[in-house]
Design a protein around this ligand. Structure first.
Ligand SMILES: [Zn+2]
Length: 211
């Protein structure tokens, strides 16, 4: 499959050895790396169950990322379609009572109650206020935000916007704060002030601020 993916993508066969392994990655994550003699794709175990055509798309998306090539194939379209459907089908195993209240407030006020609840979990680190993981449909909110309901809601809103806006190209790693995203984000009441308050709060915490 990986050879076929390569040949279809580059129009020639690879001079390097091509390897795909399935292992301990979360959700539907995957990664690629290259050495002078070898290109290795690592995919989570879940990928094993996915149809070869979609897996081929995954591998090609990783090739495109690795070689910084803009190219589209039918398999890549299938892959994107598959990944876009993941939040809907991923099981909702995780919840947290305070985060759920926050989610309900934000959903009611800013999404007209139309947002489907994602997995909700606390983040243990202090470097990230919040994250949204597309491939498991999970919002994580930093635990220390529980004490600041308004800021928590604001971060919750930010992460839910990631779910709403989905993604353009890559699934992991790329952050997607498009102009439209920022426009939406500013609809949160007192957004600009809260942004400043968050920054102050973060300055009081150790480490950088990535979200
Ligand atoms: Zn973000």
């Amino acid at each position: 499959m990986i050879h076929e993916a390569y040949e279809e993508f580059f129009g020639k066969s690879s001079e390097r050895e091509l390897v795909i392994t399935y292992g301990r990655l979360r959700g539907y994550n995957a990664a690629i790396r290259m050495s002078p003699s070898r290109i290795e794709v690592r995919a989570s175990r879940q990928w094993k169950e996915v149809s070869p055509e979609i897996q081929k798309g995954l591998v090609q998306v990783l090739f495109a990322r690795l070689f910084k090539v803009k190219q589209k194939t039918v398999s890549m379209d299938l892959y994107h379609h598959f990944v876009r459907s993941l939040p809907k089908v991923m099981p909702k195993k995780h919840n947290h009572p305070v985060l759920e209240e926050s989610f309900n407030r934000v959903n009611e006020q800013l999404f007209g109650g139309l947002m489907q609840r994602p997995n909700l979990r606390l983040g243990k680190g202090i470097n990230r206020l919040g994250t949204y993981e597309y491939t498991s449909d999970t919002v994580r909110i930093a635990e220390y935000l529980l004490e600041y309901p308004e800021l928590m809601d604001y971060v919750m809103y930010h992460e839910l916007l990631h779910k709403k806006h989905q993604y353009k190209e890559g699934v992991q790693r790329t952050t997607h704060h498009s102009a439209k995203f920022r426009e939406d984000e500013a609809r949160f009441p007192r957004a600009a002030e809260l942004e400043k308050e968050l920054q102050k709060l973060v300055q009081r915490q150790k480490g950088g601020w990535f979200w």
